[in-house]
Write a protein that binds this ligand. Structure first.
Ligand SMILES: NC(=O)c1ccc[n+]([C@@H]2O[C@H](COP(=O)([O-])OP(=O)(O)OC[C@H]3O[C@@H](n4cnc5c(N)ncnc54)[C@H](O)[C@@H]3O)[C@@H](O)[C@H]2O)c1
Length: 374
């Protein structure tokens, strides 16, 4: 597990996925077979790795990635290092014939993302990219109802993602995201970050992405970094994108690090269909059917008589919902050990990079762009 002393690597991948799988006694795949991950942590800082290993109870770590790659003990190379470091690490791990699993985006340019996918395919190594939102509890509840036909024909989708990321200028409001996110030269930018998520969400839930129109903005020109130094923000911190699917669904996704939240969750997605609508959050999903849709009358001279929030029904929990990253990890472990299907490959991940790249181009050219199939 490479680059795991970072935010995603530590919290989502090591603690909530691999350690959680170990703590539950491994991944039981049949009556007589349980898969047990046995990770080694790799990175640049011996001290950081040692501290993380001690904290999580992992016994092995090294700053010598090549020796870990050379060892036949490790079948999978996982990368959660910086986006711009990803390609170099994947190349080394493919040479060592490891199965590849990594964070998104795999690159910031489509050609590079496709090159990495082909590298894995040509070497015949199994590969996968994190597409965690597909396993969010709220999205699973929505998908169940969609598959049951609750919404009729889906017409439009409006996603709102984001929260206020402190600039670091005020002593008692420290930054809560790494500063590289706001520097293009370090792989930052919310378009690169979020459009790869919206690509697989839309492709999987609403139909293949056909075209995109995107406006980005750098609302805050300066922030303060981890060392207290003020720097210029060279990448976008907000993104206003409209995406059309082949099936005619109009999807609008706002993503922003410069908004304050007054909605049900950090990410909410309203889906409107002919027979019903949904508000999808990270864990919850609320629905309203055609039969229970209120009939409002426009009258600004009186207080609104309809309780609009009261007219929605919460979809109940129907099963146990595990951490989204952990579920995808379990799918990948099964794929590597048992050859079960795993469609979320580097080639699929490249489609996300493509939407991000075209989003940036659309902003620059101020026009709609078609998204050719890859
Ligand atoms: N799936 C998601 O929802 C999601 C969310 C946030 C970030 N990400 C992705 O995860 C990746 C990491 O993001 P983060 O927020 O954890 O950032 P981070 O800065 O907290 O972590 C990056 C880690 O990579 C390490 N690193 C950087 N260069 C390295 C090198 N040359 N060798 C070894 N290690 C190196 C850093 O030391 C750090 O530990 C990014 O690609 C980002 O796009 C995904």
């Amino acid at each position: 597990m490479n680059g795991v002393t970072g935010r995603m690597g530590t919290n989502q991948h090591l603690i909530r996925s691999i350690k959680a799988i170990s703590d539950q006694g491994g991944l039981k795949v049949s009556d007589d077979l349980t898969l047990m991950p046995d990770p080694i942590l790799t990175g640049r800082s011996h001290d950081k790795l040692a501290a993380l290993a001690a904290r999580t109870g992992v016994s092995k770590f090294t700053t010598d990635l090549d020796s870990a790659l050379a060892s036949p003990d490790y079948e999978i190379f996982f990368d959660a290092s910086g986006t711009l470091q990803r390609a170099g690490f994947i190349e080394r791990a493919v040479k060592a014939k490891k199965a590849i699993y990594c964070e998104k985006p795999t690159a910031v340019e489509t050609s590079e993302a496709l090159r990495l996918a082909k590298l894995c395919e040509d070497a015949g190594v199994k590969n996968g990219v994190v597409q965690d939102k597909l396993w969010l509890t709220g999205i699973r509840k929505f998908k169940l109802l969609r598959d049951q036909g609750f919404f009729g024909r889906i017409l439009s989708v409006r996603g709102e993602f984001g929260y206020w990321v402190f600039t670091g200028e005020h002593a008692d409001q420290p930054i809560q995201r790494p500063s590289w996110n706001y520097r293009k030269e370090d792989g930052g930018g919310i378009i690169v970050d979020m459009l790869c998520h919206w690509r697989y969400v839309i492709d999987n839930l609403f139909g293949p992405v056909k075209s995109v129109s995107c406006l980005g903005a750098t609302h805050l020109p300066k922030r303060v970094d981890e060392k207290g130094k003020t720097y210029d923000c060279t990448s976008d911190d907000a993104c206003y994108a409209t995406i059309e699917t082949e099936t005619g669904v109009v999807c609008q996704f706002n993503s922003s690090w410069t908004v304050r939240v007054r909605r049900d969750d950090l990410f909410t997605m309203q889906v409107d269909g002919t027979h019903g609508s949904a508000i999808v959050g990270l864990r919850k999903c609320w629905v309203q059917s055609l039969g229970s849709t209120p009939r409002p009358i426009w009258n600004p001279d009186i207080d609104q008589p309809i309780d609009f929030f009261g007219g929605w029904q919460e979809v109940p929990d129907c099963t146990t919902y595990d951490n989204a990253f952990k579920i995808q990890w379990e799918e990948f472990l099964k794929h590597v050990a048992l050859d079960t299907p795993f469609p979320w490959t580097l080639r699929e991940g490249a489609k996300g990079v493509q939407l991000a790249e075209l989003g940036l181009k659309s902003w620059e050219q101020r026009q709609w762009l078609d998204v050719p199939s890859l």
